[in-house]
Write a protein that binds this ligand. Structure first.
Ligand code: SF4
Ligand code: SF4
Ligand code: FES
Length: 240
């Protein structure tokens, strides 16, 4: 289905308030396709600003940087500001909050557990030696090892699509693990061993069953499965 400016699309949005509702329901909104390149976030803003100010969703940067607008769109996790309405080729677009997280209101989930797991992996460079007079230098080769992992925007689309994450409430999940890899593989980090000890756990890297749902879910085209496999290899090779 191709879209032309002026066409109408239905957004079927899951509504729920943890304050007042016992169960979720869907409401339909008519959205006008106003410009080529219009994103799902533009449609949500149109609804909130012109039809229903009670609709809740997170967003900030509107350009794929802040990671706050992860949601499930026509059955696939995506960030709304990077999802072209025209790419969905559908006159009815169903939007739900990210699966697997408690809903606070409408498309807003409680991300406390997700971020607690992120902090568990120590997502920062650990320093043990005194800093040099100037910056800690890194070769171009070592810097390039971080490509494909440092770009994570913590949108949670991967963890929310991971069956192991749904099944094991203590599993760190692909997002925390790709961020762990970002620091384990950083030549400047001096905290590898303590970080790998945390990851070497049945709720850490070994919970990944290589189902790879997390790869197509990533709006930044990262590969958490590969990063987790690299962490597993690093842990195994450390033992010998
Ligand atoms: S590959 Fe691992 S982390 Fe990714 S979805 Fe599968 S189990 Fe989850
Ligand atoms: S790895 Fe991709 S899907 Fe997962 S949190 Fe980072 S940006 Fe989002
Ligand atoms: S609004 Fe920031 S990533 Fe979409």
């Amino acid at each position: 289905m191709s879209l032309a400016v002026g066409d109408k699309i239905i957004f079927k949005i899951q509504r729920f308030s943890s304050d007042t509702d016992k169960k979720e329901h869907y409401e339909d909104y008519e959205v006008e396709y106003r410009k080529d390149g219009m994103m799902i976030l533009d449609g949500l803003n149109q609804i909130r600003w012109e039809q229903d100010g009670t609709l809740s969703y997170r967003r900030s940067c509107r350009e794929g940087v802040c990671g706050s607008d992860g949601m499930n769109i026509n059955g696939v996790n995506m960030v709304s500001c990077m999802t072209h309405i025209s790419d969905l080729k559908s006159s009815v677009i169903t939007i739900r909050p990210l699966p697997g997280f408690p809903i606070v209101k409408d498309l807003v989930c409680d991300m406390t557990d997700f971020f607690n797991k992120y902090y568990v992996v120590k997502p920062y460079l650990v320093e043990k030696t005194p800093p040099p007079g100037e910056e800690r230098l890194q070769s171009i080769e070592d810097r390039n090892k971080l490509n494909g992992i440092y770009e994570c925007i913590l949108c949670a689309c991967c963890s929310s699509s991971c069956p192991s994450y749904w099944a094991d409430p203590d599993y760190l999940g692909p997002s925390a693990l790709i961020n762990a890899a970002r620091f384990v593989l950083d030549s400047r980090d001096e905290g590898k061993d303590e970080r790998l000890d945390i990851l070497n756990d049945k709720h850490g890297v070994w919970r990944c069953h290589t189902i790879t749902n997390c790869i197509p879910a990533c709006p930044k085209e990262l590969n958490p499965t590969k990063a987790i496999a690299e962490l597993q290899q690093t842990i195994v090779s450390r033992k010998y």
